[in-house]
Design a protein around this ligand. Structure first.
Ligand SMILES: Nc1ncnc2c1ncn2[C@@H]1O[C@H](COP(=O)(O)OP(=O)(O)O)[C@@H](O)[C@H]1O
Ligand SMILES: [Mg+2]
Length: 342
C-alpha cells in the first residue's frame, strides 16, 4: 500500500485534460492546441519538445492567461491545479491560474522584468502580492532570493535596473522573480535558448538545485535534446497542436516510436547527449492549423504513412512492446515497432 506521503506525491500538481485552444486572427482561426492532456507531479521535470509553431507555448501559457494581448483566445477542456480548484472547467475566457502555483521563466527576461524599474522592488512587489509579505519582509525576501539564484552582493544589486545586469544575471533575476510567489510549479519556456553554452549550463544547474530544495515541478520547453536528457524525467512531443508521443525520457530517447519523434531525434544518440544538441530538421512543412483535417497531421511528411492515416485521428496508446507509460499516437507504429526500421 502506498503511504499518504507517496500518494500525495502521485497526485498531480497540475493537469490539463482535453485542452483545445483556438486563436482568432483577422484572417483565420488557428487551432493551436487540439485536445491535449498532461499531468505533472511534485519534484518532476516534464520536457515539452516539438518544432517551432507546434503549440508548446500556447498550450502551457494559455491556461495561465498569459498569451499576448490583442489576440482572441477560446479555450475548452480542463485545467486543474495544486489547490484542487477546477480553475476553468470550461476555459472560455482567459483564466488566470497563475497565482501562487506557477512561476514562469521566459527566454527573454525583459518579458517578465520591467526594464524601467529597479530589480529588487519588482521582486518585493511580487512577494507582497502572492506570498502576502509585509514591505520589510518582502525586501528581505527579495534579497534572499537574489542571493539564492547566485547573484553576488544582492543588497547592492537590489537597486539596479535590468540593463545593469548581464544576460545570465537577468535570467537569474527572472528566476528569482518567479520564485517570489512561492510557486509549486516552474514553467520555463526555452529559458536558456538565448544564452551561451557556459551560462546555459549554469542556469540549468541552478534550476535543478532550486527544484531539489523546493520539491518544485518543472515544465521545461526546449529545442535542446541535451537539456531534455540532462534535466527531464518525462518528455512530451508535440506536433501541430497535438501530443504525438510521451513517456519517460529514457524510453523515448532510447526508442522513439512516432515517425515524427524519430525524425526529431535522428541526429541524437542517447542520454549522454551534451547540452547544445538541437532537434533535427525534418523535411517538409507543418500543416496549416486553420484547416481541420480528419487524419494524422503528420501523414504528409511521414515515411511510414499509409492512405488510411488520412482518415481518422490517431490517439495516444501504449506501445505494444514498451512500458504502459510510453504512449504514441500513430496507427502504423502502435504495436508495430519491430517492423519498421529507422
Ligand atoms: N499571438 C499570436 N497570434 C497569432 N498566432 C499565434 C500567436 N501565438 C501563436 N500563434 C500560432 O499558434 C501556433 C502555436 O504557436 P506556439 O505555441 O507559439 O508554438 P511553439 O511554442 O511550439 O513554437 C502557431 O501556429 C503560431 O503561429
Ligand atoms: Mg514557443
Amino acid at each position: 500500500m502506498m503511504s499518504i506521503a507517496s500518494e500525495q506525491r502521485e497526485t498531480p500538481l497540475y493537469e490539463i485534460e482535453g485542452l483545445v485552444i483556438d486563436l482568432y486572427t483577422e484572417q483565420k482561426t488557428i487551432r493551436a492546441v487540439d485536445g491535449c492532456s498532461l499531468a505533472i507531479r511534485a519534484g518532476e521535470t516534464l520536457a515539452i519538445v516539438g518544432e517551432s509553431g507546434s503549440g508548446k507555448t500556447v498550450m502551457t501559457l494559455g491556461p495561465l492567461g498569459l498569451l499576448p494581448e490583442g489576440i482572441t483566445v477560446r479555450m475548452r477542456g480542463k485545467a486543474n491545479t495544486v489547490s484542487g480548484d477546477m480553475l476553468a472547467v470550461n476555459l472560455r475566457r482567459r483564466a488566470s491560474v497563475r497565482g501562487n502555483d506557477f512561476g514562469v521563466v521566459f527566454q527573454d527576461p525583459l518579458s517578465a522584468l520591467n526594464p524601467m524599474r529597479r530589480i529588487g522592488p519588482q521582486l518585493a512587489e511580487q512577494a507582497r502580492r502572492f506570498a502576502g509579505l509585509s514591505a520589510d519582509e518582502a525586501r528581505a525576501d527579495a534579497i534572499a532570493n537574489l542571493r539564492r539564484v547566485g547573484i553576488a552582493d544582492p543588497e547592492d544589486r537590489y537597486w539596479r535596473y535590468p540593463n545593469e545586469f548581464s544576460g545570465g544575471m537577468r535570467q537569474r533575476a527572472m528566476i528569482a522573480l518567479a520564485l517570489a510567489s512561492r510557486p509549486k510549479i516552474l514553467l520555463a519556456d526555452e529559458p536558456t535558448t538565448a544564452l551561451d553554452a557556459t551560462v546555459q549550463a549554469q542556469i540549468l544547474s541552478l534550476l535543478k538545485r532550486i527544484q531539489a530544495e523546493d520539491d518544485l515541478a518543472i515544465i521545461l520547453i526546449t529545442h535542446d535534446i541535451g537539456v531534455v536528457a540532462g534535466m527531464a524525467d518525462r518528455v512530451v512531443v508535440m506536433y501541430a497542436g497535438r501530443i504525438v508521443e510521451q513517456g519517460a525520457v529514457a524510453d523515448v530517447l532510447k526508442e522513439p516510436v512516432h515517425p515524427y519523434t524519430q525524425g526529431l531525434l535522428s541526429s541524437v544518440p542517447d542520454l549522454e547527449t551534451p547540452i547544445g544538441e538541437r532537434l533535427a530538421e525534418i523535411p517538409g512543412v507543418p500543416p496549416d492549423l486553420s484547416r481541420l483535417e480528419a487524419g494524422c497531421r503528420f501523414a504528409p511528411r511521414c515515411f511510414a504513412a499509409k492512405p488510411s492515416c488520412n482518415l481518422t485521428r490517431p490517439v495516444l496508446a501504449p506501445v505494444s512492446s514498451g512500458p504502459a507509460t510510453h504512449t504514441v499516437a500513430c496507427f502504423v507504429m502502435q504495436g508495430k515497432r519491430q517492423e519498421v526500421t529507422r
